[in-house]
Design a protein around this ligand. Structure first.
Ligand SMILES: [Zn+2]
Ligand SMILES: [Zn+2]
Ligand SMILES: [Zn+2]
Length: 274
């Protein structure tokens, strides 16, 4: 088992409303720095499996997915990992029907049971397409329930779901790794959290690269602040930490100047590879 040429592309690094926010004239929303334009947070993991086949796995499918896929040149999907069912992470799911068409197969969707319940309800037209009035072009998805700290494998990539606290709600982060692979693996992906429970912190030990939630500097009930994210990043100790899910209070050039070595702000389209 191996995952050669592993890379993770940040498809989006913005909070739920995106940046710029509709109708806002704040310095970030009116900035002409391209680093201040953020589609909703999600990522594409790409690697070559042991048989030489290139693989693309999505982490969340944002409402901006179509635009993100076009920008990144995505043309296949070998699995979808969902962190939780919030609109900004899951409501692009209709767009995956294009991968169904390109590949001629249904797609595996990995998520915890509460997330899958929401997805089956919201995307009823996909899961109960026999009840649609017309024979419509809907996504074909196979649900694969996963559970915290129960590892599974996708095409040679080991995935360990990590419980994260998103306010009072428990959602999932992921630790990704593959035997015989170097940086940025092992990689931790922890968006949408306000705290990381001890068992997940233990499971993140030794990651090379950490993707970590950071909404803004002011406190928030369901997201990490800059100060909290920096403190957590230091305690986890990855070689490289990249902050994502930023709101319009984060003006890139101002906030990046406040970061210690080894911690950086994510930018849409950023590719993390060896
Ligand atoms: Zn979010
Ligand atoms: Zn704004
Ligand atoms: Zn959320």
């Amino acid at each position: 088992m191996s995952a050669a040429n592993f890379r993770l592309r940040l498809l989006g690094t913005g909070t739920s409303s995106g940046v710029p926010a509709i109708g806002c004239d704040c310095p970030t929303c009116t900035s002409d720095d391209p680093r201040d334009r953020r589609l909703r947070t999600s990522a594409a993991v790409q690697f070559t499996d042991h048989a030489g086949q290139s693989r693309t796995i999505l982490i969340d499918v944002s409402p901006d997915h179509r635009e993100q896929a076009l920008r990144a040149g995505l043309n296949r999907c070998d699995g979808i990992l969902l962190t939780h069912s919030h609109v900004d992470h899951a409501f692009g799911l209709d767009e995956v029907r294009r991968y169904n068409a390109l590949m001629g197969t249904a797609l595996d969707l990995y998520a915890d049971e509460p997330t899958l319940q929401d997805i089956r309800r919201v995307f009823r037209h996909s899961f109960h397409s026999d009840q649609n009035q017309n024979d419509s072009f809907v996504a074909r998805i196979v649900t694969r329930p996963i559970a915290p700290l129960q590892e599974f494998w996708i095409h040679g990539l080991r995935v360990l779901p990590l419980p994260l606290l998103h306010g009072r709600q428990e959602i999932l982060g992921f630790r990704l790794e593959a035997p015989e692979s170097g940086g940025p693996l092992p990689l931790g992906y922890c968006t949408d959290c306000s705290a990381i429970p001890p068992q997940s912190l233990a499971a993140l030990a030794g990651v090379d690269t950490l993707i970590l939630d950071m909404l803004r500097e002011r406190s928030h009930q369901t997201h990490l602040t800059l100060g909290q994210a920096v403190e957590l990043a230091r305690s986890i100790g990855a070689r490289r930490t990249v902050l994502v899910h930023m709101g319009h209070e984060v003006l890139h050039r101002e906030v990046v100047a406040k970061l210690p070595a080894g911690i950086e702000l994510g930018v849409d389209g950023m590719e993390l590879s060896a």
